[in-house]
Write a protein that binds this ligand. Structure first.
Ligand code: FMN
Length: 473
């Protein structure tokens, strides 16, 4: 059947799995042992004792004013208990109400500040008690831009960087959604204020998100936006530079990091056969809007020309860390979070999900080759399931990245980094199988969580509702 690929759990051994990957011409390396992942590394002045990272994972579960609530705090405690030494952004925190992706997104504000401060202390304490060492903890700052739903789950209130002909069509946007030059200073100020609060709360760094099609990322491809914030590379990075310069002015000593979509491709939609297809032919006039893409708009630019220019800019501003990713969950989800199961607003897989894992790894490798001076976290690895730790070992051993990050896997199996480091066999009942329910919950206006595998969420009425909804998907 179209969109159907062999599942990882079908393979009895790594050798069988590798044989399959080689038949499918998918290039993913694996290494034995844990010596690379156990290497220490210095980041933001701290010496970390391993190379596991927790990717930012939001839960759509704060209170209406954006203050972390019970489930949010439980997730963050799990991050701290995971064994990973880098908590790479905790989760996307909106810098202003209008930029919230959903009405329960974390909002950095005077009201959330005391809870954030307590939670940073608590995360450090958990890690110290369990592992005897500290973690580096960041907060991801963002404006959701085209994907903002600040007031109602079902009411998209997009603020875009420019009119993208295909995305405007997909998300019903028009020129009226474009952020004006006059509005930008206000948004920049909110980023800087949020960074001040993050510093006061005790985070080691803030991540200025330039990924997944959110506002900051969209500005990077505003090639035909008129005025000071579009057109040339200098203009397209002006929004970002203004944020960073404000943070450097007002938050001396605060570490800087960046979640970066290393490359993007054309937007996809569900075809008549339910399989994802690009909204336009490869190599068309829309490819220029995919930051980091080759001229076909479907693959990475091997030289990563503009991405490298951007990375050098990060270095100039003393950024120490890039948390890599590719694409967007809103318009090419099969690439951004490789999976076997379609998510509610997605489509059946147009390519082998493991091929898309290999694209994440190739993107990290290429960026690190071209810019070895910046520390990098690889992502998109959860789909490797049983074989994730061996791939992480290979990635770090071969210097494709400095850290291996986990996203969906930390929801189902928070102790995976600790188990892997201890050389224990993984608990197969907890391995994420990419069912997609952590995405489907929010797409249906509910909280996120691992409803199929985490006992805490399994019992919730939302778990039954999601199973019901999936039957009709
Ligand atoms: C439920 C859910 C929440 C996420 N939240 C964030 C977020 O807050 N910020 C972010 O940059 N990425 C977010 N992501 C993307 C992940 O960080 C990660 O890039 C992605 O899941 C691929 O990594 P994985 O294969 O390990 O899951 C989220 C993904 C999921 C499924």
């Amino acid at each position: 059947m179209a969109g159907d690929y062999r599942k990882v759990a079908e393979f009895a051994t790594l050798q069988e799995f590798q044989q399959y990957l080689s038949e499918e011409k998918i290039n993913i390396g694996f290494a034995e042992g844990t010596s690379a992942m156990k290497q220490s590394i210095t980041l933001y002045g701290k010496t970390l004792d391993n190379r596991w990272a927790i990717l930012p994972m939001e839960g759509w579960d704060c209170d209406a004013s954006g203050v972390p609530a019970e489930y949010t705090l439980r997730r963050w405690r799990n991050f701290a208990a995971s064994g990973a030494s880098l908590i790479a952004g905790v989760e996307a925190a909106a810098v202003m109400h209008e930029g919230r992706s959903n009405p329960r997104q974390l909002l950095v504000s005077e009201k959330s500040l005391p809870v954030l401060a307590d939670s940073v202390k608590e995360m450090r304490k958990i890690r110290r008690n369990l592992y005897g060492s500290d973690a580096v903890i960041g907060l991801q700052l963002t404006h959701s831009g085209r994907y903002a739903h600040p007031n109602e789950d079902a009411k998209l209130e997009s603020r875009t960087a420019y009119s993208h002909p295909l995305l405007d069509k997909k998300f019903n946007n028009s020129a009226a959604n474009v952020v004006t030059d006059g509005e930008i200073a206000g948004i920049v100020e909110n980023f800087v204020n949020a960074a001040k609060m993050a510093q006061a709360a005790g985070y080691d760094f803030v991540d200025i998100k330039q990924a997944h099609g959110y506002l900051g990322h969209e500005f990077l491809s505003a090639v035909d936006r008129p005025g000071a914030y579009g057109g040339s590379f200098e203009n397209r990075t002006r929004f970002f530079r203004e944020i960073v310069e404000g943070i450097k002015r007002d938050c001396p000593g605060l570490g800087l990091g960046c979640r970066l979509s290393i490359f993007d491709i054309l937007p996809f939609i569900k075809g008549e056969d339910k399989v994802g297809k690009p909204m336009a032919e490869p190599g068309n006039e829309y490819a220029k809007y995919a930051f980091g893409a080759a001229p076909d708009g479907m693959n990475m630019d091997e030289d990563l020309t503009e991405v490298i220019k951007f990375t050098r800019l990060l270095k100039q501003y003393d950024f120490e860390l890039i948390v890599g990713t590719i694409g967007s969950p809103y318009y090419n989800v099969h690439m951004q979070r490789p999976a076997w199961y379609a998510v509610a607003d997605g489509y059946l897989m147009p390519e082998n999900p493991l091929y898309n894992v290999s694209r994440h790894i190739a993107a990290a490798k290429r960026l690190k080759e071209l810019c070895p001076e910046i520390k990098l976290t690889a992502s998109g690895l959860t789909a490797l399931q049983e074989y994730l730790p061996a791939a992480a070992e290979y990635i770090v051993e071969n210097n494709y990245a400095d850290f291996a990050g986990i996203g969906r896997m930390v929801l189902s199996y928070p102790q995976m980094p600790a188990d892997a480091l201890a050389g224990k066999a993984l608990d197969r009942r907890r391995i994420c199988r990419t069912f997609g329910e952590c995405t489907n919950g929010p797409r249906h206006g509910m909280i996120s969580g691992c409803f199929p595998l985490d006992d805490f969420y399994k019992k919730m009425p939302q778990a039954a509702k999601l199973r019901e909804l999936k039957k009709n998907q």
